[in-house]
Every structure is written in C-alpha cells, then in structure tokens.
Design a protein around this ligand. Structure first.
Ligand SMILES: [Zn+2]
Length: 130
C-alpha cells in the first residue's frame, strides 16, 4: 500500500528552475563522459586480435571485461537520456512507478533515478525473493 502524502508535500519537494538547469548540465556532462568512454572501449575492440594464439586467449578475456564495461556504460547512457527526456516533459523528479516526487537528496546522489527510494527498495526486495 502506498501513502498519499498530499499536494503540500509535492510542492515542497518540487525543485526550482535553477536547480533543474544544474541537473541538466550534470546529466549532459555525464552523457558526454560516457559517450567518450564507449568510444574508447570500441576503439580497443577494433584494434583486433594478434595472430599469436596465447595473446589471443588473453585478449578474448580482456574483451569480456570490455563488454561488461560497455554494457554498463550503455545502460547508464539510456538512464541519462530518459532523465533528460523527463526534464523536457516536466516529469523529472517524479517516480515512474508511483508518481510521487523523488526526494531531492536522492536525485543529488542519483541524478537519473527514475524511481523513489521506496519503489527502488521494493524492486530490490522483490528481486531477492524471486
Ligand atoms: Zn515510487
């Protein structure tokens, strides 16, 4: 069950326009950083394999790590893009699950969080039980 805390709570936790601009900038910077990181990862992969078979085994191993890093960066990029979209549409800072505002402290730590702490914890709890 979810508790409706009422509109006064919503108004209190809604952020000012200036704060949104800061968040947008932080998101754009993070997006650029991740895009650059992905490009570096791809450049490493494109260097290809050496003919030597021992070298090759090691490089395949490295590429698995590179893949994991790439997936993580891509996952983060998707989150950032959707956060930027929500900034545009005015849905930013609202939980996609329950529609309640995400606390400002949480957004400072996770600027592209799309769920409030309660819903995120509930998801975690549910995953652990599955
Ligand atoms: Zn929620």
């Amino acid at each position: 069950m979810r508790v409706d805390l009422g509109t006064s709570f919503v108004l209190e936790t809604r952020m000012s326009g200036a704060h949104y601009a800061e968040i947008r900038q932080a998101l754009e910077e993070k997006k650029q950083e991740l895009t650059a990181r992905l490009e570096r990862i791809h450049a490493n992969v494109r260097r290809g394999y050496h003919a030597d078979s021992k070298e090759r085994a090691k490089e395949l191993e490295d590429n698995e790590v590179v893949d994991a890093l790439g997936n993580e960066a891509r996952h983060e990029l998707r989150k950032i893009s959707s956060a930027l979209q929500r900034l545009e549409s005015g849905d930013y800072g609202l939980c996609v699950e329950c529609g309640q505002p995400i606390k400002e402290g949480r957004l400072e730590v996770h600027p592209y969080a799309d769920e409030c702490i309660e819903c995120a914890e509930f998801d975690e709890f549910r995953e652990r039980r599955l």
